[in-house]
Design a protein around this ligand. Sequence first.
Ligand SMILES: [Ca+2]
Length: 493
Amino acid sequence: MTRRNRPGGHAVARWPAATLLAAVLAAGPAPASDANGRVDAARRPNFVVIFCDDLGYGDLGCYGSRWNQTPEIDRMASQGVRFTSFYAGAPVCTPSRAALLLGSYARRVDLDLDNEGQPVFFPREPKGIAPSEVTLAEALADAGYQTACVGKWHLGDQPPHLPTRHGFGYWFGVPYSNDMEWAKRGDPPLPLMENDRVIEQHDAHREFDQSTLTQRYTEAALDWLEANKSEPFFLYLAHTMPHNPVAAREAFYERTTNPEAGFGAAVAEIDWSTGRLLEWLRDNDLASDTLVIFTSDNGGQPRWGADNGPLRGHKAQAYEGGVRVPCVAWRPGTVPAGRETDAMASVLDLAPTLCNLAGATLPAGPTRDGHDIGDLLEDPGKSLPPRPFFVWYDGRLEAVRYGDWKLMLPGEFRRREQELPELYNLVTDLGEQHDLAAQQPQIVAELTALADEHRRQLGERLTYGPTVRRAARVDDPRPLLTDASANQPTTED
Ligand SMILES: [Ca+2]
């Protein structure tokens, strides 16, 4: 299913980046390109995207953590660009991962709700990415990249929906969240997988120990890099941690004063892991050729030990604490050192940005919401044209950010009802404490109009708008088990 070496001539994507690439190629001497307009393979950067699970805005030293020690990531930030206004794709796992890999709001590709209308996928989920969608990994594989997913997937656990069917040449990790093993619901013990095969299961058969998971991911990533370093590569390292139940090796408990020691230890081990990867890149003279992005899939949950710093709210909320996350970009010699930017960017922007840096092409036609931020990586002072960022959760549009302003929309939402809109100026009121809706009716009206049009395009809950592309579904989802008979292919409809 991985599309490789597709013949040239298919249309260039609508993503603005394609235009940028064309401009670069027209401008001259570098980079060289082949007959298909692709950038010379020798000059194409490698990509490593480190995607944490539930790491909050205030959970790293370089973002002011009170108790987690993250010297490696702090050093990475001092050698690269630190984003202070970077958004996850959604305030929870599944839709944020869809946004990263497809460059769209999950709502647009029908991956914002599970088959029962819940806001994330669970084991035996019928839904997955439609085969007609081209993921970031597929686009890069088409352009000649080696691709690997190491870590948590959470975009469908049935065989046609696993990472190896959506562009990743290798996968080692877990298919969904590490707390999803509720026997009453029919969940199997948490499976650890290599490609399409369950190799171990937590608390059953051959037990795997979550406290060694970050170490094992790191070793798997380094082994894969070693084997694939002679060609351009894309490593998507989607840590299971620090999602609850947090786990880390014993030594990392000494590196935190977080009252929730397990959370702090899990963050410290991710820091160690990040240091190992950057060290490997330097040792192999690949640092200047590799763009590394470190970020998180959604905001943190304070009751589990996360800290969203000065932001209001947390995971599963549309306030900033649910969606604004740390993000550090690193590529010595290209991404300037020690800079920060408050320009608004998001997980949705990674797919178009990486594709355009790679000279990868995507099918024209389907609307994608992300934008190329390659200019910002090279010049963090650059101001981008204003654009809205929409916060979807549980199948409803809850908030819109535009420029300095954030509007919390009225409506009936999951576990809460909002009667009136709330308006915040995020530049003067990052903590969303002073509702200015009554003083700024014109801004409320403008942002409401943006939200109304977006909602008209995409619908809400189980009513889908005209631009939604539907997900794939299987008829008879089965649990992932070591028993080979449980993993026979199921039927797509
Ligand atoms: Ca998450």
